[in-house]
Design a protein around this ligand. Structure first.
Ligand SMILES: O=c1[nH]cnc2c1ncn2[C@H]1C[C@H](O)[C@@H](CO)O1
Ligand SMILES: [Zn+2]
Length: 359
């Protein structure tokens, strides 16, 4: 049984549930758009800018990591810029072999040029539709609308997500600095979404630990956890390898609560030390509902192919493992059950069966 190579992983169907629109622009596009609107970038050519993002984001702190988004958000303030960024985003996902994607961003951060929240969502949808059409249906893409946890617009954004639920928006999220901004600050928005039978995920357990995860699940009712990596703090492994789950970790595993894990991003923000020591290894062994994601392809200089390949290298994963991550993700998508099943049965399983057969 040979290990999957980078090129083989690129061709395999992949699913991404946690990928930020404003964290996945092409460096060349940032340079062009910045020139158009007169935004000053730290460096002017695309290649150096790509390196600048990766280096600046590699700060060991979520707060400093987030500062790099000033330069992407600044160039995403007009209808045309949002359409372009959204279309290119889909093109890049298709080239990466992604067959289903949930792409998130915070509409409230894109109104500085005078667009309304509704116009922001419409522009992003226009770009996604163009990208999907150009790909000839090789990918399905949905929006997740994020509210910034340090701001106070979550109810408005939750209402926006419900208003757009049948036009390309599959759910809601909160993001931004975690420490000091617990999910319960936005409880009214989460309770509203539950009453509306809507779906949401919460960034939790990344820069802050178990209390954040506990609140996200037990107070707010999150369907999934963005990162959730600190759930490892509720798991003990003793000297003879005996594993004990605390009550919260057991609950997360028993209820099959999906973990949107983003290995490279976690290393940059200091949530994990290295790929080979990343909790994803143990959580996978323990059969938590683990999914693999990119978080921010620009800031981490990564792709779904690369995240998978890094895990193959660090943990010796084979096709069965990559198929498991991919089916886990598809099962956890905020898409109707029949549509999830169709992608699993008609796209993912046949492709991995072939790959497993050939290896
Ligand atoms: O990993 C993250 N944790 C918390 N917030 C994040 C992360 N990645 C991106 N963000 C923020 C910065 C973006 O401007 C915002 C919306 O996509 O979400
Ligand atoms: Zn994120």
């Amino acid at each position: 049984m040979t290990q999957p190579t980078l090129e083989e992983v690129r061709r395999a169907p992949k699913v991404v549930l946690h990928d930020h629109l404003d964290g996945g622009l092409r460096p060349a596009t940032v340079v062009e758009l910045a020139r158009e609107v007169g935004h000053q970038l730290p460096v002017d050519d695309a290649e150096s800018l790509g390196r600048w993002f990766a280096e600046a984001a590699d700060s060991g702190s979520l707060e400093r990591y987030l500062e790099t988004f000033d330069h992407t958000v600044a160039v995403m303030q007009t209808h045309d810029a949002l359409v372009r960024v959204a279309r290119e985003f889909v093109e890049d996902l298709v080239a990466d072999g992604v067959v289903y994607a949930e792409v998130r961003y915070a509409p409230e951060q894109h109104v500085q040029g005078g667009l309304s929240l509704d116009e922001v969502v419409a522009a992003v949808q226009e770009g996604f539709d163009a990208g999907v059409e150009a790909a000839g249906g090789r990918i399905v893409v949905r929006q997740l609308l994020t509210a910034m946890r340090h701001q106070a617009r979550s109810m408005e954004i939750a209402e926006l997500a419900v208003a757009w639920r049948d036009r390309g928006v599959a759910g809601f999220d909160i993001a931004g600095a975690e420490a000091g901004y617990p999910p319960t600050r936005h409880l009214d928005a989460f309770e509203y979404l539950q009453r509306e039978n809507s779906h949401f995920t919460i960034h939790a357990g990344e820069a802050f630990g178990l209390p954040s995860i506990w609140q996200a699940i037990q107070w707010c009712g999150a369907d999934r956890l963005g990162h959730g990596v600190r759930i490892i703090d509720d798991i003990t492994v003793d000297a003879d390898g005996q594993v004990t789950l605390g009550r919260l970790a057991a609950y997360v595993r028993d209820k099959r609560i999906p973990l949107e894990m983003c290995p490279s991003s976690n290393i940059q923000t200091g949530a994990a030390e290295s790929i080979s020591t990343h909790p994803i290894g143990l959580l996978t062994e323990l059969r938590f509902r683990v999914t693999v994601n990119t978080d921010n392809r620009l800031m981490s200089g990564t792709s779904m192919t690369q995240e998978m390949a890094l895990l193959v290298e660090a943990f010796g994963y084979g096709w069965e493992d990559l198929r498991w991550f991919t089916i886990n993700a598809m099962k956890s998508a905020f898409l109707p059950f029949d549509e999830r099943l169709a992608i699993i049965d008609e796209v993912i399983k046949p492709a991995y069966a072939k790959l497993i057969d050939q290896s």
